[in-house]
Write a protein that binds this ligand. Structure first.
Ligand code: HEC
Length: 127
């Protein structure tokens, strides 16, 4: 690891520690943008810009990374859990942390986009 990379990671860890209560990693935190058409459109652009499609597929249908439109999730898919997956990644997998490239607002917009293209069982919606 280069010093620069280490410094960036250390800075992000500190950021995550100090800001986590403020940006709502508590399990009951809800996405302020769910169903908001403007935010959903921005989320779709951010999805493309960040390159999430390179692993999850153009419209999140799944490729190297899992399908994010169905009702099969690794953990209970609360807003807080999905936020955390994107912000801090899933250590030990190809899903890296995006919290140093996307601000919390951008992450919530991407989640609003993902919720808008959900194709799973409507009865399983918990957000
Ligand atoms: C290098 C490939 C890669 C890229 C790029 C990537 N992901 Fe992932 N993602 C994965 C993998 C692999 C997993 C499964 C991790 C696991 O086993 O928990 C995952 C898991 C997830 C999950 C959790 C799914 C679940 O079932 O719990 C979400 C949400 C997610 N990614 C969103 C994103 C978003 C948003 C982006 C872009 C900012 C992104 N990913 C970019 C590979 C990637």
């Amino acid at each position: 690891m280069t010093i620069k990379k280490f410094a960036r990671r250390a800075a992000f860890a500190l950021f995550a520690l100090t800001l986590s209560p403020a940006i709502g990693w508590a399990d009951d935190h809800e996405n302020p943008y769910t169903g908001d058409p403007v935010a959903i459109e921005e989320g779709q652009k951010l999805w493309a810009k960040a390159g999430c499609y390179s692993c999850h597929g153009e419209t999140a249908e799944g490729a190297v990374g899992p399908d994010l439109t169905d009702d099969e999730w690794t953990y209970r898919p609360t807003d807080a859990t999905i936020f955390k997956a994107i912000a801090v990644g899933r250590p030990g997998t190809n899903m890296v942390a995006w919290g140093n490239q996307l601000d919390p607002d951008e992450i919530w917009k991407i989640i609003a986009y993902l919720r808008s293209i959900y194709k799973g069982d409507p009865d399983k919606i918990i957000w």
